[in-house]
Design a protein around this ligand. Structure first.
Ligand code: GL7
Length: 831
């Protein structure tokens, strides 16, 4: 290409077409992208082509801001937050980016002028499901809020080729299908083949004399693979700030192939390549994972090492010395999945960069902070020492050294307390010695936080009580939050418009505490009426979609009673089913009684290996089949299981809920974030005093929250005194009748054993005390029905709920992290 030509291509007009925000610029850019990137004319373009052209048009606009942001951060020498997370459950990008750019409306108009179906284009996007549930989605909300709050940040994670499985329901059972989200390409990411780091596994360690004369350690891995960066720009709302989400893909080093080729081992070379690439192939589909899988440890080390090497590279590029590393970066460990980072940063500092142990340890501790997301003992990660030794021999040595220093510190503060030392050690002794990742994370971090007030208290008094005795100042709470952009503006535009209209502005989207203004209007009959219309319209939309998916017809006038979250016994979807069965039996006994019409909607995936959770899905569908077709019920209660609950489908559901089921056993749900999404969309909550429910109730007012069940303290007391669920089963005739009806085969075409594993488990063990809370739950549900019958008051309560939920914005959470934990000031990038 001649210079004249290239100058022409880069002329200001053309530049404006690529980045400009006017309708004309958008339209021109869209047509250009359709032609030059997709190679299509409008007439022959598929709906996917049309979506890709839209995505590229928007991405160009992000990139312009990204470059500006990078420059601003460089000039400011800003401290940068590195959010290390094995999961980022992003959800579709397009609509969210339009909102954050502020061009939703003109994009709609542009599409109309080009005779394009805007809704269809949005619908076309495949969601990157790179996470399991709350933890991964929190990471995504935090990325949105970091950018919105102008905090320089990089999210580091894994570019899984297969994200969380797609769920279908066949014959009432969950069936998993692989999620091939990359098959049509991902327009939001930019591959960075030059940003590539070697990652070792296996081998041995040795001491050697370095060129500078010092005696050093080194690790000689037996296997090396590469991590390659893929970047996604994350734009904040209403600001110029764009942060970076950098996900790592595993690849075999090129040299591998050549070497093997030379000795004629073609098959071996291909095999090695496949083995290397396996590491970023698939997301483990367990929510609150069971531990111990070797590939998972490899994944964790892989992304942690890539990320730390990248941070060191960035720092040396600008500063030239690692002494100030912790001034430049703060790294948040999202649960223990990236906790290996503590040992890996030590290794990089000491072995690769020749730093002294003491200095390396000081910088490491000043770099990391750790968030705990669960108290469930089965989810606390430990790895066998034997596996560690085989895969990461140098890291095990470093962990032993950290442990030695640490335990000496413990002994100094608590002399003659060896049982405490044993409890706090980074190594669990026993038949099979194991590395305790949570302890490593606490010891290697300057701050540790839980994710809701109750959870953070329990972290201090139970799980990490010994550590709290040692370092009380290390422990914090940051209550979770959700992004009001995605979970209100994008998913519920009618409600967002009504709120903006009522408030007279849309500043609440940036400062959710401004929702308070709605309180003044809660009694306004006209607002109540419009509020109701918005809800009914959302319910109608959802009902249409659900009917298309499942054939189940829902009446938008019925109360939409919703429980959507991962399937887990502690979340107690089966408690909800017992209530449905109770209503069903009451109708059988007295068909003419007045009952409130309800549509019970469930959604959520079960871990593929979690048998009881899958059986609960089957039970929901079995009850649905009977109830939905029973002439005596006559449509007054409906039960539906929405398949494939993910971010995209969640966005359809949250706006449609009237009642949000948050009924976990107290003390088990660290926070919950679905509770916030439902409530922010006007649903009232029925819930236990668990996780963030406690704070939601405080905020919205006890009179606007349907509370039931034991407290966490009562749960502990009951467990201590000995819990005997079979006594409850025999003592409560209704409870007995409900469980017996399941066992009778009534919901399983006469099969009397199908649900036995579930019902026997409830009667004999009931680890999550479903039976203990059953009666209280039924009584509370009766109050819900009474409240529903006063429609105007329900609307009033719904308005008050939304008005008082401002605390649960992820913006508030990020501001708290930035001030109390990270000490990172904002850097505003001009738009
Ligand atoms: C979780 C908690 O279970 C959930 O209550 C919390 O809201 C979420 C985010 O903090 O983290 N912990 C966890 O391991 N998973 C969660 O969703 C998978």
């Amino acid at each position: 290409m001649s210079t004249a030509q290239s100058t022409k291509l880069l002329s200001p007009n053309r530049e404006h077409t690529r980045t400009g925000m006017s309708k004309e610029a958008l339209k021109q850019a869209y047509i250009d992208n359709l032609f030059y990137i997709q190679g299509r004319f409008r007439e022959v373009a598929t709906s996917h082509d049309l979506y890709m052209a839209a995505a590229y048009t928007v991405r160009d606009r992000l990139l312009a801001r990204w470059v500006k942001s990078a420059q601003a951060f460089k000039v400011n020498r800003a401290r940068t937050v590195c959010y290390l997370s094995a999961e980022f459950l992003l959800g579709p990008h397009l609509a969210n980016n339009l909102v954050n750019l502020g061009i939703t409306k003109i994009s709609q108009e542009s599409a109309a002028e080009l005779e394009l179906d805007f809704a269809m284009i949005l619908e076309e996007e495949e969601e990157p499901g790179l996470g399991n549930g709350g933890l991964g989605r929190l990471a995504a909300c935090f990325m949105d809020s970091l950018a919105t709050q102008c905090i320089p940040a990089i999210g580091y994670g894994i570019r899984y080729e297969f994200g969380i499985f797609d769920q279908t329901i066949e014959n009432g059972w969950q069936v998993e299908r692989s999620d091939t989200w990359l098959r049509n390409g991902n327009p939001w990411e930019i591959p960075r083949p030059k940003i590539c780091f070697p990652i070792g596994f296996g081998g041995y360690t040795e001491q050697y004399r370095h060129a500078d004369g010092s005696l050093r350690h080194r690790w000689l891995p037996s296997l090396e693979i590469n991590g390659v960066a893929y970047d996604t720009p994350i734009l904040g709302y209403g600001v110029g700030n764009v942060n970076l989400l950098r996900l790592w893909k595993a690849e075999a080093p090129q040299s591998f192939d050549f070497q093997a080729f030379n000795v004629g081992d073609y098959y071996g070379a291909v095999h090695a390549k496949i083995e290397a690439e396996t590491i970023s192939k698939v997301l483990y589909p367990n929510d609150e994972p069971e531990v111990g899988k070797e590939l998972r440890l490899k994944q964790q080390f892989f992304f942690v090492s890539c990320s730390l090497q990248d941070m060191i590279r960035l720092h040396l590029n600008t500063v030239g010395s690692l002494d100030t590393f912790a001034n430049k970066f703060v790294a948040q460990l999202n649960d223990t999945h990236p906790a290996l980072a503590v040992a890996e940063l030590m290794r990089l500092f000491i072995d690769e960069h020749g730093m002294a142990w003491e200095q390396a340890w000081t910088i490491t501790r000043n770099t990391f902070c750790y968030t705990n997301h669960t108290l469930l003992p089965e989810a606390l990660e430990t790895w066998s020492v034997a596996l560690f030794e085989r895969l990461l021999p140098r890291h095990l040595e470093i962990i032993y050294l950290i442990n030695q220093d640490f335990l000496n510190q413990v002994r100094e503060k608590f002399p003659d307390d060896e049982t405490r030392v044993i409890r706090m050690s980074l190594i669990a002794e026993g038949e099979q010695r194991r590395v305790r990742m949570a302890n490593l994370a606490v010891v290697g971090s300057q701050a540790v936080n839980g994710v809701a007030a109750l959870h953070s208290e329990l972290v201090k008094t139970t799980l990490f009580n010994d550590f709290y005795d040692l370092w009380p100042e290390k422990f914090h709470n940051v209550t979770n939050g959700v992004s009001p952009r995605r979970f209100m503006v994008v998913s519920n535009p009618r409600l967002a418009d009504l709120i903006s209209h009522t408030c007279g502005h849309n500043d609440w989207i940036r400062d959710l505490s401004l929702l308070r203004h709605l309180e003044h209007h809660a009694d306004d009959v006209e607002l109540q009426q419009r509020w109701r219309e918005v809800k009914i319209a959302a319910k109608q939309d959802f009902a249409n979609w659900l009917q298309q998916q499942t054939g189940v017809v829902l009446d938008p006038q019925a109360m939409f009673d919703v429980q959507a979250k991962r399937l887990h016994e502690y979340k107690r979807q089966h408690l909800n089913i017992l209530h449905i069965i109770r209503l069903y039996q009451r109708i059988q006994q007295n068909p003419n009684q007045e009952i409130v019409s309800r549509a019970f909607i469930f959604g959520g995936k079960a871990a593929p290996g979690y048998y009881l959770a899958k059986l609960i899905i089957k039970l929901i569908n079995a009850v649905a089949e009977v109830v939905n077709h029973d002439p005596l019920v006559n449509g007054r209660i409906r039960v539906a299981f929405m398949p494939d609950f993910n971010v995209k489908n969640g966005q359809r559901l949250y706006p449609a809920a009237d009642l949000s089921e948050q009924i976990s056993l107290a003390g088990k749900e660290a926070s919950g974030t679905g509770n916030m999404k439902f409530s922010l969309n006007g649903a009232l909550t029925i819930g236990t005093l668990d996780g963030a429910n406690v704070e939601i109730r405080e905020e919205v007012g006890a009179e606007n929250f349907f509370l039931f069940g034991m407290t966490a303290a009562e749960v502990t007391a009951k467990q201590r005194e000995g819990y005997r669920p079979w006594e409850l089963y025999h003592a409560d005739p209704e409870l007995k009748a409900d469980i017996d009806l399941i066992n009778s085969g009534h919901f399983s075409r006469g099969d009397m054993v199908l649900f036995r594993p579930l019902t026997d488990h409830l009667i004999n063990h009931d680890p999550f005390m479903v039976l203990a809370d059953y009666r209280a739950y039924l009584e509370c549900q009766a109050q819900v029905s009474t409240a529903w019958s006063d429609a105007a008051n329900w609307d009033r309560m719904s308005i008050l709920n939304v008005a008082r939920m401002g605390k649960f914005s992820s913006d508030r959470a990020i501001v708290e992290y930035a001030k109390n934990i990270w000490n990172v000031p904002p850097v505003t990038v001009e738009r």
